[in-house]
Design a protein around this ligand. Sequence first.
Ligand code: NAP
Length: 211
Amino acid sequence: MKIAFIGYGNVGAPLADHLQRLGHTVTLAAKESGSENVKKVLALNAAITVASPQDAVRNAEVVFLATPFQVNEEALKSVAAQLTGKIIVDCTNPVGAGLTHGLNNVQSGSAMVQNLVPEAKVVKAFTIYGFENFQDNSYPAYNIKPAMLFCGNDADAKGTVATLISQLGWEPLDVGGLDQALHLEHMTLMWVRMVRVNGHSPHLVWGALQR
Ligand SMILES: NC(=O)c1ccc[n+]([C@@H]2O[C@H](COP(=O)([O-])OP(=O)(O)OC[C@H]3O[C@@H](n4cnc5c(N)ncnc54)[C@H](OP(=O)(O)O)[C@@H]3O)[C@@H](O)[C@H]2O)c1
């Protein structure tokens, strides 16, 4: 697939690299083609291409949004026209002071993203664990794959994202519509508090067992 990345720091870079190595055509939507983060990604994987945000998004089927939450509006505004009909994988989390929900639990960050680009199909994914799990998420001591919970309103978009999640080595777990994003954002806060504050391993992930 043709995949663009808006934001390619801790989260975007390993996902972009991994997806390119799986055979996808990955392009950075770069405000500045010579930025430090662009250089870091190209050092990691020279097969990733770089384009203007408008060109990268226009040519993409799927767009990963991996920016600091507070810049989402600015980042999306410049490519709103090109995002019509596109799948956005919202990797962003609104995190407030003291590791609280950044929108005071009133609205999910993904609902805000969807409101900013109503013609796009937003799927929230890759948010409930730290970036340390995105380059290599193999857990060889277990015979199940780690679960990646995701949600969104468009069934086809979720199907596409589920395929990417699966290709990346996760068990895709569809938790429902975009109204579930608020709850995923609380899962994130729980993981962040467990790991960044209470000392659990950053390689702690969840498994989904069903019978
Ligand atoms: N860190 C984690 O473990 C983790 C895990 C899951 C989800 N998240 C969420 O993922 C998102 C990204 O986190 P991160 O740790 O990857 O951040 P990061 O390392 O700071 O990377 C942020 C990226 O966003 C870009 N950016 C900044 N302002 C922008 C703007 N106005 N327009 C377009 N792009 C802009 C930066 O561009 P430049 O290259 O130009 O600097 C950079 O590539 C956050 O919302 C975070 O909550 C984080």
